[in-house]
Structure formats: C-alpha cells, structure tokens
Design a protein around this ligand. Structure first.
Ligand code: AMP
Length: 583
C-alpha cells in the first residue's frame, strides 16, 4: 500500500472539524487498506509502531530529527533549527524544505506503508554506541524519498507528535463500520479491545476472520486488560441503594494502579494507561515473586509510597520519583512502596473476569501471602451507613482518599467506568473541596510578568457519551513560576491550528491543543455558566457548569489519559450534591 494514501487521510483528518468526519475518513482508509497491512496502518495513524504495552517507542528527540532533516536536504542545521523556532512544528518545517526539493522525490519509487514501517521499526530498535548517527542516516534516507506531505508525517511520527488526536474509541467505531457494516457489532469489537488492548491485532482479526473471530477473544497473561474504573457519588446511603443494599467497602489508597501479570517467575507490570512499567518497580516484582503463591496470574492492586521510617502512607506524588530511566535503585530506597491488592482476573488457567467480586477477592486472598509490603486492601462488607462512615474516617486518617464501594456480585467490567464500583470521597459540602482532573484544550497568552508564556489554560472534562471534551474552566491561578516557565514547551507537541474536532468550546482560546495533557484543579464551587459547554442544557437551558475560582493543585496527571479525566456525569452529580448540602 502506498504511504501517500495514509498521509492524504491524515491531512484530511487534521482539517476535520467534527468527530464524525474523523470516523468517516478512517472507515474510508480502512476499507482500502489490504488485510496484511491494516495493523501497521492503525499504529502509524496513532503515531506508534506497536501498542503501548510493548514498550518500543520511536521518541526521536527533536534535535536528532533536525540533524536528519539538514542531512536529507543539504540545509544547514541552524537554518532548520531557526525555522523550527518560528513555526513550532517540525512536521511543517520539513514539508517546507521538502517542497523546494520536489523534483527529486518525483524520480524515486513511491514510498509504501511497509517500507516506512520497516525503517521506522529499525530506527526504534537501534541502540548503543553509534546509534544516533545510524538513526539519522535511516531517517534522512526515508525523507529523501518522500513527498513533502509524507515527510511531514514521517517527522511527526518519529518525534512522537502526530497532533491528530485520533482516540481509540474512534478507531473502534471505524473498524466496526469498515469490516462489519453493522453498528451493533461495536460491543463485540470493544469487548475484544478491552481484553487485549491492541487495536492492530483486532483489526487483523476482523480482516481475516470477521466478527466471529473477535467474539472468541479471551484474557491472556502478558496482554494488559483495560482497567475497570469507578463512578463517583458523595453519599454513602445513596451508593448503598445503587449497589442493592450492601457493598464491599474498601479503602481508596492514593497511589498508582498496577496490573500484575505473572508467569512463573516472569513478572510484568502495567500502568493504568497500560504502559509497561516493570522497570520502575523492581521491589514490587520481587514481592510478587516471593509472596504470590501460584504459577500464572493477572492481579491488580494500588502501589503506595510509604515513609521509610514511620511506615505512614504518603501521597501519590512521591511515586513519581520512579518515572525515570536511571536511578531507580535510589528511588526504591528513598521512597519504598507497598502494594495493596484488590482484584484477581485470572489464576492458573481460570478466567475470573465474569465471576462475582466476592469470589475473585477470595481467590486473591488465597494466593497472596501477606507481609509488610504486600497486602490485600482493608475491606468490610456492610449495609450500614454509620458503619461505612466510621470506616471512611479511618481511611482518611490513614492517608487514604476515601472509600471505594463495590457490588459484591459485580463482574470485572474491563475498560468501563460503570456503577459496580463507586467512589466515596470527602463530601463536597457547600464548598468544592474535591479536586477534579481536567484536560488542557486551549491556552491564552500571558501579559506582564507572564508574557512569553501562557496566562491561563482552557480546560475540559470528558463527555463519555459523545466521546468529546467540554470546557469547564479557564485556569490561571495556582501555577508556580517553574510551572509557568515550562508550560509552552510542555504543551508545544499538542499545539494545533484550530479547535480540535473532539472539543466543544464557546470560548475562543488564543492557542488550541489536541486533548492530551491532564491536570488536577480545585475550585470554590461549581456554578452555572453561559459560556462553558459542560452539561450544557442539562441543569438549565442555555447554561453549562463551570468551576468557580479554579486553581491548579500542582499535580500534572501524566498517569491519566484524557479519557480518564473527570466525566460530565460526575460533574453533574457533584453539582447536584452541592445543591443538597447548601439547602
Ligand atoms: P480515580 O482515579 O479517582 O478514578 O479512582 C479510581 C482509582 O482508585 C483506581 O484506578 C485505583 O488506582 C485507585 N484505588 C485505590 N484503592 C482502590 C481499591 N481498594 N479498589 C479499586 N481501586 C482503588
């Protein structure tokens, strides 16, 4: 398949203004892609070579890409670097230079998806001494054979900055339509995706075996399962009613969710975004080898930093010291971790996903031999609001965020934020003391002391029903000088020329971003607003919900994907319970 066919669709997606246009364009692309290349096309349009859990990243530094561009077109390094400074998008820079070299590209063989993929794969796998020069050579070779538009996407792909914001859910929609022509099949495709987390593999199965192949999917050790998430409510009584009268009430630890895959002594850890984070937690791997009594397992828990002297639970932030390539050993010593296990999805040949929670928990307790560092979560089964509230206060005192109440009979709903797990965090009261996670979708230029950086960010929550992001606030407070300084550079990779098709905003930002970066904010309360689009018309006609006096809490949530941000439903729930407490 010609690479130009993929690039042409990417160009059109970049200009799209509605999500539905993105889906239609993807259907068109998938239909004309031959079965043997469909997985590669899917990875490439998302700027990847493999699903995230494989852990092979292109991630070529911009500096290196600049050298390759200068090499490919015989232009001085400074000229390329200057153009990059002015234009801010290396993809557009290379297109400009490639344009002036157009003649040459016309004489070469057209690039194929297979060749582009193969060269990029070699670039990603080259390491060690001399690897930089080798990478530059391979990349510039590819660029010399590219048309200007192809060069643009090759550079964007290698630098990991596609700027298209094609979400997994949009791809699932398009795959269903392209291969089965029946929207009803979407649920099977999504189920398979929830169990294997690999869009390329699913596309291949659809292309070769059709929907029946996809229906056969089962959970496998080594393949991360998309994690089950929780809804949120603010009142224990209401949660109990929702869960049918009683619940398994557990402490909600403030750490990092980890899905552990064990095959004998091989232990692999996945983050909530399904990245392979095994190397960040050598201590957790050792604990699992020593204290989990079974051959094969997929189990989940929350990893929490503990104070080395006092043994107290520390906030999530302390674990972020482990997000690095070198110096993990020191971080492990300085910030030791404990893991609190809460679920079992698979043990020694038994798929537990569809089993009731109490059975999964029992299976978990049977294989975890508890020690200081590895335990199962604190839990009570209760139907009594007073008892649950007392348990809640104990959790808060111990440094937890609150409780998660779980349906005792509930299955493991992979990939869903359903009503079988419900968070009970500190009550919202009249004041909004509960922070929310929002996605940066735009920015406003700063003035005075903030000139040269952004003065405020336009942030949004996730509308799960429509798979879009609706604005909830313009945040300018709570940023430290260090935060402000890094803002433009940190957000540059996501900058786009117009409002992203998956963003709904009435406010005109100076700069737009594809929804990627998640941050935590807090405000005084939620109010009705004519300008923000969150829950627009749901509470009152012609009004949405906004955060009053919003402030950044200082927490970037790089562990969350934009679809993990607070949802519109949660905001509506918070708004309603706020009214109740005021009344
Ligand atoms: P949130 O991040 O606010 O959506 O809350 C859900 C997260 O709480 C999960 O993804 C886990 O990382 C974390 N968590 C902490 N304790 C528990 C628990 N006992 N059961 C399930 N999840 C927990």
């Amino acid at each position: 398949m010609r690479y130009s066919e993929v690039v042409e669709v990417c160009e059109r997606i970049e200009r799209a203004t509605k999500r539905i246009e993105m889906t239609d364009l993807l259907v068109y692309l998938f239909k004309k892609t031959p079965a043997e290349s469909i997985d590669r096309v899917i990875y490439l349009i998302q700027g990847k070579l493999y699903p995230d859990f494989v852990g092979i990243e292109l991630g070529i530094a911009e500096k290196l890409a600049i050298r390759a561009i200068s090499h490919a077109y015989g232009i001085s390094h400074d000229e390329v670097a200057d153009a990059f400074k002015k234009m801010g998008d290396l993809g557009e820079v290379v297109r400009k230079f490639a344009h002036s070299r157009r003649q040459k590209a016309l004489f070469t063989n057209p690039l194929t998806v297979e060749r582009v993929y193969e060269v990029l794969d070699r670039i990603a796998r080259t390491s060690g001494a001399g690897s930089q020069d080798a990478k530059i050579k391979m990349l510039s070779g590819l660029l010399t054979d590219s048309t200007p538009d192809e060069a643009k996407y090759i550079v964007r792909t290698v630098t990991g900055k596609m700027r298209l914001g094609i979400a997994d859910m949009t791809i699932l929609d398009a795959l269903t339509l392209a291969y089965t022509a029946d929207k009803e099949n979407r649920k099977y495709v999504e189920r398979a995706y929830n169990l294997c987390s690999d869009l390329g593999e699913i596309a291949k199965t659809l292309a070769s075996e059709g929907i029946e192949g996809v229906k056969k999917y089962r959970i496998r050790v080594g393949r991360p399962v998309r994690m089950m998430l929780a809804q949120r409510m603010s009142n224990a009584g209401e949660i109990l009613r929702k869960l049918g009268g009683n619940a398994a009430c557990e402490w909600k630890y403030d750490g990092e969710r980890i899905q552990i895959h064990k095959k004998g002594d091989d232990v692999v850890l996945f983050s909530r975004r399904l990245e392979n984070i095994t190397s960040q937690y050598p201590d957790v791997c050792d604990m699992v080898r020593a204290h989990v009594r079974c051959d094969d397992a997929i189990i989940e828990g929350e990893c929490v930093a503990v104070h080395p002297e006092s043994g107290e639970l520390l906030p999530f932030q302390e674990l972020m010291h482990r997000r690095r390539k070198h110096g993990i050993e020191e971080a492990v010593k300085k910030f030791p971790a404990s893991i609190f296990m809460f679920d079992a999805l698979y043990i020694d040949g038994n798929d537990l996903i569809e089993k009731p929670y109490m059975i999964r928990r029992k299976c978990l307790e049977d294989i975890v031999e508890e020690s200081e560092q590895i335990r199962v979560t604190e839990m009570i089964i209760s139907d009594d609001v007073d008892e649950i509230e007392r348990f809640f206060h104990r959790a808060i005192e111990a440094g937890c965020e609150g409780l998660i109440l779980k349906a005792t009979e509930g299955i493991y709903q992979a990939g869903a934020r359903g009503w079988l797990w419900i968070k009970l965090k500190r009550s919202y009261q009249a004041k909004m003391i509960e922070p929310i996670d929002v996605v940066v979708v735009g920015a406003f230029h700063g003035r005075g002391r903030r000139s040269g950086t952004y003065g405020a960010l336009l942030v949004a929550v996730y509308d799960r029903e429509n798979d879009v992001f609706t604005t909830i606030s313009k945040v300018g407070s709570g940023f430290k000088d260090e935060d402000l300084e890094i803002l433009p550079e940190m957000l540059a990779p996501y900058r786009i020329s117009h409002m992203h098709p998956r963003v709904k905003s009435e406010m005109q930002a100076d700069v737009w971003f594809s929804p990627s970066v998640v941050m935590e904010i807090i405000g005084d309360e939620l109010t009705l607003s004519p300008i923000h689009t969150t829950a627009f018309g749901k509470i009152r006609e012609n009004a949405g919900i906004a955060v009053r006096f919003p402030r950044f809490t200082g927490r970037w949530r790089h562990d969350k994907s934009p679809e993990d941000a607070t949802t519109v439903d949660e905001i509506v729930e918070m708004y309603k319970s706020q009214l109740k407490t005021i009344a």
